[in-house]
Design a protein around this ligand. Structure first.
Ligand code: MOS
Length: 713
């Protein structure tokens, strides 16, 4: 079994996308539709004393202004939709609904609020902040093994606050009709969005449906439920009209999830041959009291990069008065790999060993954290194939030893990346009609990563249907459970259950045909059998997962397993090789080429997998060389909250990207051997670039982003 057995499809939704036929949430428009705008808090902490709506209500076109009084009080399970207690700058305090976006915006600006202000601390620099430790993760005796190491590095690294900036803004359109609420929303979890509305407004789940058929980029920003969705739903119910809300980008910076700032202390030791003896690794992150972004998760990946017998991982949170941080592509392994893969490079320099050879010498077949086998691990193949493709053998060893004729400093760097291979329980319904159409209904969200194309590949691989009439219904609570698509488990969850439903449908069809010799496509054969359609349902569990996970899936619970399964651990791996060019006077940093080789198990959809690689490498360049959200410590907000000042890479920043897959199926993690790729790709780009900058200049930069001013001083 190999990924290459899947048909090589073009993106199945490309034509509809480029011809504008695909509707994103904000594309839904209705006669008489109203527009909503929130009133953001202008203080970072305190409470509303008086919220005056008189002049706002005088604004022409204003229909309603919703405040905390219009919503049930919060409970432990479901916080109040609107509250007069303020915990971050930009927190929505009221919602204006008007006949036009302009009227809603103007009226929102006219709402006057008297505040009682409290002291607030927006950054971890506050001397009064206490670090709150989480449980450590330890195997062996790292303290003793580290102190017995022949060579050590003892270094700290830092990564900044970063914000996702998908081109599609966060959007919701709510319709209330005939006692039923239909919500079109840009969400990676239609089920959670529905659950949020049901809980916050005390509705009957049967009366609420959420549809998120296409998302214009998610990256984790659209994973967890939004505070505003119940507000928009309530506005639609109160006014009896469809209501649209699109969050302006500047406000998205202040209300959406983001990557928290992190600090890492790495102590890594090895023996005379370069074999790692121990690692002691401490991470501290800024966090809010209500954030789901767990500090302990940094160790899930760090402990599995290499075969290190003695591991001591500690972590803590420092509370800040901002909105809750959350998942952003690459999540914990991105800052972790920046720290550890930089430290590995520092150790390679110290022992005068090639950094690829040092990594190759520290492979493992067992999971150091659990002692159980890794289901598959081809990191060394990623490193050797990447080195080959890149021409690593031509690297001159010493920093500053590779220059071009015009004085440009050249650096070559390498680093590895890792990400958990998880899987969610899934269900699928497949219906093939005699009239030529086929409908697949399963769990998944299309954020542009290409899950529809992967699902189509799984169907077309084994079933002779008309591909032009294949309707894939996902991201829609009427099409079955819609668990969150995130954590790179999208395809590795939805494709196995789809392959299974295809298998079952073929079985059912052959029973139906009962040995008759029929010719033509399955549609034609159904017609000959005088059957209008054939339908099959299937469900699939992750390895060793209890069947109760299917109930979790249906009830809006958490049906995910991995990366630690009962018998084994599954992780995806990647190796990146980068070349940097540094202009000698301005120290401008360019990355003319990157070679990335991924071990993601089977490749199901070759074209979209390759696109994931390109996109991940591009974003990797952005998070390393460009992106940092600047906090205004005076007010607690963000300063560069637009695409002009939150700088991301542009076309001219991107050189050659040589992306390649090992494409060996994982034998255990699911029936297709697909470990997942979406998050993995951008992990390890940052240290590869930092290591290349060191190789070019001899300067070790331990804080992201790396910018030319870091090289000028
Ligand atoms: Mo992902 S950062 O879990 O959408």
């Amino acid at each position: 079994m190999s990924g290459s057995h899947f048909p090589k499809l073009d993106r199945v939704d490309a034509y509809h996308k480029v011809t504008g036929q695909v509707q994103y949430a904000a594309d839904f428009n209705y006669e008489g539709m109203l527009h909503a705008m929130t009133v953001p808090s202008t203080i970072a902490k305190g409470r509303v004393i008086n919220l005056k709506t008189h002049s706002a209500r005088q604004t022409g076109g204003v229909i309603a202004i919703l405040t905390a009084h219009d919503f049930p009080p919060g409970t432990d399970e479901s916080p109040a939709v609107l509250s007069n207690d303020i915990s971050f700058l930009g927190q929505p305090l009221a919602l204006v609904v008007a006949e036009s976006l302009e009227a809603a915006t103007l009226a929102a600006e006219r709402v006057e609020i008297d505040y009682q202000q409290d002291a607030f601390f927006p950054t971890i620099e506050n001397p009064a902040s206490l670090r709150e430790d989480v449980d450590p993760r330890s195997v062996g005796d790292a303290a003793t093994a580290y102190s017995g190491s022949v060579y050590t590095v003892d270094v700290t690294y830092e990564t900044p606050v970063q914000h996702h900036n998908p081109i599609e803004l966060i959007s919701t359109v709510a319709l209330w009709f005939g006692g039923k609420l239909t919500i079109y929303e840009s969400t990676q979890s239609a089920d959670m969005s529905k659950g949020n509305v049901v809980a916050a407004l005390g509705l009957n789940p049967a009366d609420v449906e959420v549809k998120s058929a296409y998302i214009g980029g998610g990256f984790g920003q659209k994973g967890l439920p939004f505070q505003h969705t119940p507000m928009i739903a309530q506005a639609a119910m109160m006014t009896g009209k469809p209501v649209k809300y699109v969050i302006p980008r500047g406000q998205i910076f202040h209300v959406a999830k983001y990557r928290p700032r992190t600090q890492h202390h790495v102590q890594l030791g090895c023996d005379t041959t370069g074999k790692f003896s121990a690692i002691r690794y401490d991470v501290v992150q800024e966090n809010t009291p209500d954030s789901a972004f767990a500090a302990a998760d940094y160790h899930e990946s760090a402990g599995r990069l290499y075969g290190i017998e003695h591991y001591h991982g500690t972590a803590g949170n420092i509370r800040v008065d901002r909105q809750a941080s959350g998942f952003m592509r690459g999540t914990h392994p991105h800052p972790t790999c920046f720290a550890i893969e930089s430290a590995v490079d520092e150790l390679a320099v110290k022992i005068n060993m090639d950094p690829v050879a040092l990594r190759l010498a520290n492979d493992t077949v067992t999971d150091p954290l659990t002692g159980r086998p890794m289901s598959s691990r081809f990191l060394n193949e990623c490193l050797t194939q990447g080195a080959d493709r890149f021409g690593w053998e031509n690297r001159s060893h010493l920093p500053g030893s590779m220059t071009l004729a015009d004085g440009t400093m050249v650096g070559w760097g390498v680093a590895s990346g890792i990400f958990p291979a998880s899987m969610a329980a899934g269900e699928a319904t497949l219906r093939v009609y005699a009239n030529g159409t086929t409908v697949l209904m399963t769990s998944g969200h299309e954020m542009g990563q290409g899950i529809r194309t992967a699902l189509a590949s799984a169907i077309l691989k084994d079933l002779d249907i008309d591909p032009t009439k294949l309707d894939i219904r996902i991201g829609d609570t009427t099409a079955g459970p819609q668990f969150m698509t995130a954590g790179q488990w999208g395809s590795s969850s939805a494709v196995p259950v789809t392959s299974k439903v295809v298998r079952l449908l073929k079985q059912k069809f052959s029973e139906l045909a009962n040995g008759k010799n029929l010719s033509g496509s399955i549609h034609q054969k159904l017609a000959m059998l005088k059957r209008p359609y054939i339908e099959v349902k299937a469900s699939e569990l992750a390895p060793g997962q209890s069947p109760s996970a299917l109930e979790e899936l249906r009830q809006g619970g958490w049906p995910v397993a991995g990366p630690e399964y009962h018998e084994f651990t599954s992780m995806s791996y990647i190796a990146h090789f980068v070349e940097v060019h540094i202009e000698p006077h301005t120290k401008r940093i360019r990355v003319p080429r990157v070679t990335s080789v991924a071990d993601c198990g089977s490749v199901i959809s070759a074209k979209t997998a390759l696109s994931q690689m390109y996109g991940g490498v591009v974003w990797g360049l952005g998070q390393t060389l460009r992106e940092k959200t600047e906090i205004d410590a005076r007010y607690g907000g963000y300063l560069n909250c637009d695409l002009a000042e939150y700088v991301v890479p542009v076309n001219a920043d991107i050189g050659v990207i040589d992306a390649h897959f090992i494409d060996k199926p994982d034998p255990l993690c699911n029936s297709l051997g697909a470990k997942g790729l979406g998050e993995l790709v951008m992990i390890g780009i940052a240290p590869a670039i930092a290591n290349a900058v060191y190789h070019a200049t001899g300067k070790r930069l331990r804080s992201l982003p790396i910018r030319l001013d870091d090289l000028l001083i």
